[in-house]
Design a protein around this ligand. Structure first.
Ligand code: SF4
Ligand code: SF4
Length: 208
């Protein structure tokens, strides 16, 4: 017969007196350490829909989709998180451009029976190019850039026109014929980067 070593005997007696080292989760809620990186949770009002979080997510848990909503009759940017793919690295939280779009929730228990319950979304309204109707970015993103740049934003015609539109000083334009050449009056319009480049080329060289 083999006898337990003294050290093992001591461990067994300590465990009998103090109880097991492991916690009784999920029966008893787990306590998390102070700097625990919890579940990244979106704050839709603070998110501007830029998509940076999706770009830095190493697990591909965040998807940015610009889609047409038939029932609403408009195009929106859908920001979708799938906790089933999340590895809780908190890169999205670290790189959120507003620093407030994502919070870390200490509740890490995300198990569910239906994988659809692991998906959660919010939408942002899109801003379109007034010439070719291509989505540029979310309107809240443009507003955030304008605010961040302050008076410097007046150096950018798209930001200027958008700001004036917000103040109801100009009317929101609609997409016209993208094949039509961009004229000088197109300078002060909301244009996507491609149309802006085409305008500058046509203004400088007479052709885009
Ligand atoms: S915590 Fe990491 S894996 Fe999870 S959504 Fe954010 S970036 Fe992606
Ligand atoms: S504002 Fe923050 S949370 Fe919203 S899309 Fe950009 S990086 Fe993601």
């Amino acid at each position: 017969m083999r006898y337990p070593k003294l050290r093992e005997l001591k461990e067994a007696i300590t465990a009998l007196i103090k109880g097991p080292y492991t916690s009784k989760f999920p029966k008893v809620p787990a306590t998390v350490p102070e700097h625990f990186r919890g579940t990244p949770t979106y704050v839709p009002d603070e998110c501007v829909g830029c998509g940076s979080c999706a770009q830095v997510c190493p697990a591909g848990a965040i998807e940015i989709v610009d889609e047409y909503r038939e029932d609403e009759g408009k195009m929106v940017r859908r920001i979708e998180r799938n906790w089933g793919n999340c590895i809780f690295c908190s890169q999205c939280y670290e790189y959120c451009i507003t620093n407030k779009g994502i919070e870390l929730d200490p509740d890490f228990e995300k198990s569910c029976f239906d994988m659809a319950d692991a998906i959660n979304t919010h939408d942002k309204e899109l801003l379109f190019c007034e010439h070719c109707s291509t989505p540029i970015t979310a309107k809240d993103h443009i507003k955030w850039i304008g605010k961040k740049l302050g008076e410097l934003s007046f150096a950018n015609p798209t930001l200027t026109v958008y700001k004036y539109g917000e103040l109801k000083l100009v009317e929101e334009g609609t997409g016209d014929n993208p094949r039509k050449n961009l004229e000088r009056d197109n300078f002060i319009r909301v244009l996507c980067p491609n149309c802006r480049a085409a305008y500058i080329l046509s203004d400088e060289w007479g052709t885009s």
